[in-house]
Design a protein around this ligand. Structure first.
Ligand code: FES
Length: 238
């Protein structure tokens, strides 16, 4: 037993520990943890600001800098690894402009966009939005495209946006690039992309009940069985 304890101690000694600061308090955490797992290692229970843990949901936007280096940096807490002397500040959700609109009553134009987001024209190109994007998207470029009414360009350039909100947090004009880009993508998808004949046909088949038996079968399956069926899809074997 004593030997086992010594082995465990020796193993522990091999782990390099780094100092991080959470809301100003210093903690020692093992190197190689993400910011999110380091927070949990330090005893924080994450209920908010934590979702998919895989760089998809955008819930974990984090601002950090370093001792003696005040330049702010931005990251997703579930992806970024801790570094020595990192000072961490989690960004809780705060309300950003999110007007209501009815997509069915809109037109896919720049004028329409400005009716919903008139503040868009106040962008003066400071580029803070781009610098704050943990996805390294060219946010200011797609905001410029939005001002020009180029919905396709916004759609292409903002496609990987996770809606983490860091760009809006840093905009001195109070713009919300992620919501503006979302409207552009919606307008582009609704009005400018050709309709998919195949999709229309498949929806009609579903509505006619052609897949009711299979859907019912799936609904009754256990999680394990569903996973197995998912992994065995023919498309994965091609
Ligand atoms: S938890 Fe979902 S992106 Fe980080």
């Amino acid at each position: 037993m004593a030997d086992a304890t010594k082995v465990a101690e020796r193993e522990e000694q091999k782990v390099t520990m780094v100092d991080i600061y959470i809301m100003g308090k210093r903690y020692k955490v093992p190197e190689g943890l993400t910011i999110m797992t380091a927070l949990e290692y330090c005893g924080y229970r994450l209920i908010r600001g934590c979702g998919c843990r895989a760089a998809f949901c955008g819930a974990c936007g984090t601002v950090y800098n370093f001792k003696n280096d005040p330049v702010l940096r931005y990251a997703l807490a579930c992806q970024k690894l801790v570094e020595q002397d990192m000072y961490l500040t989690q960004i809780p959700f705060f309300p950003a402009a999110k007007p209501s609109y009815d997509l069915e009553k809109m037109e896919p134009t720049g004028e329409q966009l400005l009716k919903i987001y008139p503040e868009l024209v106040t962008c003066f190109g400071c580029n803070n939005c781009t610098k704050s994007c943990p996805q390294e998207l060219e946010v200011m470029e797609f905001m410029s495209a939005a001002i020009r009414g180029d919905l396709k360009e916004v759609t292409i350039k903002s496609f990987d946006c996770l809606m983490c909100g860091l760009c809006a947090a840093r905009c001195p004009q109070g713009l919300v690039p992620y919501n503006i880009a979302l409207l552009c993508r919606r307008l582009h998808g609704r009005y400018l992309v050709p309709r998919s004949k195949h999709l229309d046909e498949r929806i009609a088949e579903i509505e006619a009940g052609e897949f009711d038996v299979e859907i019912e079968e799936l609904q009754k399956m256990s999680l394990e069985e569903l996973k197995r069926r998912f992994d065995e899809r023919p498309i994965l074997k091609e």
